[in-house]
Design a protein around this ligand. Structure first.
Ligand code: ADP
Ligand code: MG
Length: 345
């Protein structure tokens, strides 16, 4: 009797051991390996764009090469400083025929100028040139009031005509010049993500264009990416004052520390108020979260111009954004839904 019991116990243990073995083997066979992230830095659009990606079906390096090609293509097509670009052609000839993509971007820029009451204005280029913010190599200096007044006569998005039917963009006044620098970076991020996902839908990672970040997919397929918001009052680029957690979408920060020069102890930066022609003085940092990097990019610039004491801040959530604005004195305001992104999901 006892022996029989021992025997069935042994059989029982064998079955368990076999079960555990099969379980471990299937884990080994069917579980996915941890994604391997690869990175590439591409110097375009006035900044260095860092792409970090792990492919699922396609190798990470193939995805990085696709991203790089797409970034150079957009840079060469839309940078006003590239002679073959549509923007350069528009600025020199006063008109340009465009393809569907360029029509979309000009239309978007025009519409956002309308929506933001001209705080975002793609015709700021004459002012950018005066201050030396039109190109990395330009001489930076404080212009005279007379120079500013003269340039201001040519700054108004209503001088752009978007002819959808004939696919033509034209400038309605001599001296008007366009710069899509406040929208092109965001657009490029969205397009890189779209391209990567088109090839490998389960790829994960992010695109970081100098602080403008778009998420390709969550870290290791499940975790949020942790993004620090830089302290605008610190020289240390790595010092952050806030943390955002994102598994998708985009976060863009416009700060007065990104591109600036100092003259007579005063700091002058690259976001120009189209109203008076001076670097906007009513904010020191604006962070915007949106589904698309292009929208976040536009509104970070526009809300920077509109400033800390903008009574309409919450109205902009209608356009699918959440924003966090820091004043030059260090106070902060934010839209109602912003806190959501401060929590780990
Ligand atoms: P960054 O990421 O460098 O802060 P932003 O997205 O804030 O850039 O946009 C700044 C860029 O947009 C400038 O370099 C210039 O090309 C352009 N720009 C500056 N002022 C304005 C404005 N008021 N409206 C539209 N574009 C602007
Ligand atoms: Mg911006």
């Amino acid at each position: 009797m006892r022996q029989k019991n021992m025997h069935s116990l042994r059989v029982y243990l064998y079955i368990i051991a076999l079960g555990v073995g099969i379980f471990l083997l299937s884990l080994l066979l069917f579980s996915k390996p941890t994604p391997v992230y690869e990175e590439k830095e591409v110097p375009v659009l006035g900044t260095i764009v860092r792409v970090k990606v792990a492919g699922d079906k396609v190798s990470s390096n193939v995805l990085l090469n696709t991203a790089e090609q797409e970034l150079y293509r957009i840079h060469n097509k839309f940078s006003p400083n590239v002679e073959s670009s549509v923007v350069h052609k528009l600025n020199t000839d006063g008109r340009v025929e465009v393809d569907e993509e360029a029509l979309f971007l000009f239309q978007a820029a025009y519409n956002y100028a309308v929506i933001t009451g001209g705080a975002f204005d793609p015709t700021v280029r004459p002012l950018l040139k005066l201050w030396g913010f039109d190109d990395i190599n330009s001489q930076k200096k404080v212009p005279t009031q007379e120079e500013i007044n003269k340039a201001l006569e040519n700054v108004d998005y209503r001088f752009i005509k978007v002819d959808e039917k004939n696919r033509e963009i034209s400038l309605l006044k001599d001296g008007v010049e366009v710069d899509l620098g406040g929208i092109a970076k965001g657009y490029a991020i969205d397009l890189v993500i779209q391209k990567i996902k088109g090839i490998d839908p389960e790829a994960t990672g992010f695109v970081d264009a100098g602080g403008d970040i778009g998420i390709i997919g969550p870290k290791f397929g499940e975790l949020p990416w942790v993004i620090g918001i830089r302290d605008p009052f610190s020289q240390d680029a790595l010092k952050s004052i806030d943390t955002i957690y994102l598994t998708s979408g985009a976060v863009v920060t416009s700060g007065d520390y990104e591109r600036f020069f100092t003259e007579d102890g005063k700091k002058y930066h690259h976001i120009i108020d189209p109203e008076d022609g001076y670097p906007a003085r009513n904010a020191s940092s604006v962070t915007v979260i949106a589904e698309k990097a292009m929208i976040a990019d536009v509104f970070s610039t526009a809300l920077f111009v509109l400033g800390y004491d903008n009574p309409a801040l919450d109205y902009f959530t209608d356009f699918g954004i959440q924003a966090f604005v820091i004043s030059p004195a260090g106070e902060s305001v934010q839209t109602k839904g912003f806190d959501y992104f401060r929590e780990k999901m």
